[in-house]
Every structure is written in structure tokens, then in C-alpha cells.
Write a protein that binds this ligand. Structure first.
Ligand code: NAD
Length: 254
């Protein structure tokens, strides 16, 4: 229809959209015509982002590592007529201890990383699929990482393992629910200067080293992944499932 934007009529939930990459994607989805749901454990940030978007947005406070919290969020949204047909499983953490190479990796750093990035993504997929299975399908997009593919950097032991698990999860869930019209894909951003990576971006040596491993020669920005997210959320991505889309300046592929 003339004047329609790609996400007109869609309802999109983005976890971790109180900040960083998730926030940029959520705001872009809103500009492309979607109703949007900010899902974050940071209540103040979630409220502020939703208010900035306006009447086509709402927010839910959710901790993706807590099943009760994730279940309640999806069930309440469904009951209130806001069941999402697009879900971006984006929320994640990057935690460091004294020495994160495997021989000295603190078990607590490992557990907290896996609980949020891996178990949290599993729980998001679990309730997103339940919601979409009861409707006419939907699109789920999971945010991966080059570290899962390249073994990037000795300090990323827990983080890379958590993200590698996600890549496997996506392929399995995509195969399991294709017949229900549910598509599941991974988007892999490059190193992107957000609050997540201040340990690296505040250290000029570490920052230069990581940018040096990006063939296109710069850090990513949240804006870099917005376009592929819109494609996968919309009918233009209707034949894509179980796939991984790297938008990482060549970091994981060259
Ligand atoms: N920044 C990078 O360099 C980079 C590169 C590749 C992939 N990623 C991935 O992109 C995603 C977003 O990262 P970012 O850089 O925008 O991070 P960020 O720290 O800027 O934002 C993360 C958001 O997630 C929320 N969050 C964290 N744990 C949560 C939980 N348990 N439940 C609900 N919300 C939670 C935070 O409150 C925050 O609003 C993450 O999955 C990250 O691993 C980031």
C-alpha cells in the first residue's frame, strides 16, 4: 500500500532496548511503522526510551535470566493486546574478572555470563515461540557476537562460550518451528562502542587492537545493524531462517 513502511502492523519487542544496540533497533522499528515494546531490567531506562518513542511504544521490566519474569512479561503483553510478532533477543552482558583466561576464570563470572547471555536468550526464545505458535508465526532475531565464531581474544572465555551457544540454539529452534511460520535468525554486530564494552573502549591500547582486527577499519555503531534487523523483521526477510548475518566490518569472516 502506498506510504506503508516495512513494519506497519507489526508489534516488536526488543530485550535490552533501554540502551545501546537494542535501543537503536527499537527506535528504528518504530520509525518503520511498528508498535514497540522496550523490555529491560533497568526500569528508568526502559521508561525513558518508551516515552521518547511516544504512543506507539510501551515498556516492560524484565530480567531475561529469570523464567518467572520472562513468562509474566509475555503473558501480560498477550492479555493486553500487545503480543509481539517480532522479538529481538538482544539483552546481554560482558563481565570480566581478574584473569579471564580459562585456567583462572572465576566461576561466578562464568555463571553470571551464561545465565544472562545463554539461559536468558533460551528463555526469551521459549516464550517468544509460545506466543508466536499460538498466532500466525513471527520473526525472532538473536544478537550474536564475532567472538563466538573467531575465538577472538583470550579474555572472552565466558562471553564467547555464551554467544557460541546462542548460534547453535538459533539453528535448532529455526528447524523446530519453521512449520509454525516462525523464523529465527542471528545478527552478528562488530565491536560497538556502547556501555557494554567500556572496559575495552576506555583503554586506548585494547580499543586500537580490536579495531585493528576489523577489516573495514572502524568500530561498529548501533546504526550499522538496524537495516538488517528491519529486513529480517519484515516480509522482505520471509525466506530467511536459521541463518547468521554478520554486519561486523568483516571481523568474523575475513
Ligand atoms: N557492544 C558490542 O561491541 C557488541 C558486539 C557484538 C554483540 N553485542 C551484543 O549486543 C547486545 C547488546 O549489547 P550493547 O552493546 O547494546 O549493550 P549495553 O550494555 O549498551 O545494553 C544492554 C542492555 O541490556 C540490558 N540488560 C542486561 N542484562 C539484562 C537482563 N538480564 N534482563 C534484561 N535486560 C538486561 C541492560 O540493562 C541494557 O539496557 C548484547 O547481546 C551484546 O552481547 C555487543
Amino acid at each position: 500500500m502506498p506510504g506503508q513502511t516495512p513494519l506497519t502492523g507489526r508489534t516488536a519487542l526488543v530485550t535490552g532496548s533501554g540502551a545501546g544496540i537494542g535501543r537503536a533497533v527499537l527506535e528504528r522499528f518504530a520509525r518503520e511503522g511498528a508498535r514497540v515494546i522496550v523490555a529491560d531490567r533497568d526500569a528508568a531506562a526502559a521508561e525513558e526510551v518508551a516515552a521518547g518513542v511516544g504512543a506507539s511504544a510501551r515498556y516492560v521490566i524484565v530480567d531475561i535470566s529469570d523464567e518467572t519474569s520472562v513468562r509474566a512479561a509475555f503473558e501480560n503483553l498477550g492479555a493486553e493486546g500487545w503480543a509481539p510478532d517480532v522479538v529481538v533477543a538482544n539483552a546481554g552482558v560482558q563481565l570480566f574478572g581478574e584473569d579471564d583466561r580459562v585456567a583462572d576464570l572465576d566461576l561466578e563470572v562464568w555463571r553470571r555470563t551464561i545465565e544472562t547471555n545463554f539461559t536468558g536468550t533460551f528463555l526469551t526464545l521459549k516464550y517468544a515461540v509460545r506466543t508466536m505458535r499460538d498466532r500466525s508465526g513471527g520473526s525472532i532475531i538473536v544478537v550474536g557476537s564475532p567472538t563466538a565464531i573467531t575465538g577472538e581474544g583470550a579474555d572472552f572465555t565466558a562471553y564467547s562460550a555464551s554467544k557460541a551457544g546462542i548460534h547453535g540454539l538459533v539453528r535448532t529452534v529455526a528447524a523446530g518451528y519453521a512449520a509454525d511460520g516462525i523464523r529465527v535468525n542471528t545478527v552478528v554486530p562488530a565491536y560497538t562502542e556502547t556501555a557494554l564494552v567500556t572496559t575495552i573502549s576506555d583503554d586506548p591500547t585494547a580499543h586500537s587492537a580490536i579495531v585493528g582486527r576489523i577489516p573495514l577499519g572502524r568500530a561498529g555503531t548501533p546504526r550499522d545493524v538496524e537495516g538488517v534487523m528491519v529486513l529480517l523483521a519484515s516480509d522482505d526477510g520471509a525466506f530467511a531462517t536459521g541463518a547468521s548475518f554478520a554486519v561486523d566490518g568483516g571481523m568474523s569472516t575475513l
